[in-house]
Design a protein around this ligand. Sequence first.
Ligand code: SF4
Length: 250
Amino acid sequence: MNGFIHSTESFGTVDGPGVRFVVFLQGCPMRCQYCHNPDTWKMHSGSVRSAQSLIREYERNQAFYTKGGITVTGGEALMQLDFLLELFTLAKQKGIHTCLDTSGITYRPVESDYNRKLDELMAVTDLVMLDIKHIDPQAHKELTGHDNGGILAFARYLAQKNVPVWIRHVVVPGITDDPGALTRLGQFIGSLSNVKALDVLPYHIMGTTKYRELDIPYPLEGVPPATREQAMDAKKIILTAFWQVRRGKQ
Ligand code: SF4
């Protein structure tokens, strides 16, 4: 089976444990205002490649990946579920550590063929990196174009399946740094038994040139990048709430 691939990166160091082969899939239904990859949004574009060819590309540098593996990201990787399932199944047959980086936006908590395939995918997925962009449904909708009901349900689904998860949250000044919302985010992820790490990242403006090239107005024009200190402060608030819930459960 072929997939629509935006690009690959041979030596990724921020997309899961160790040094990783990172595959960026094409296509995303979200429109996050701070997205720095608007060139991945379009479905059915990019290069058309087989899962086998990506595994071969991995194998060319596999000596570097002994503590790493493959990460598939996007765009939204779950938009190409069949392809992803084939790629991760092949990877697991070869003993490769697999990580899915996703927004969880495609998930709906219903009986469906899609969810049955998702169950199969989770059986060959070692780690999920899940972005929670805002805990408040309305604020999430303003930020991304979608509410977060399916995403939070996906987080609970991963907990039920006991799939290890790293949570990511981007701090955008004035938009995703409200202490009350950060506390609720911490309480939510504290209720999940499978969260292994929390990454809180400062918003940056490195993607703005891509918007100019694509002739798309940049939605956060004038919003300053977040500092590392702002990200650290946000992380402290999230973790305080997280541990309150965790300790209450012990
Ligand atoms: S989910 Fe990721 S790729 Fe899609 S719009 Fe948001 S930041 Fe961009």
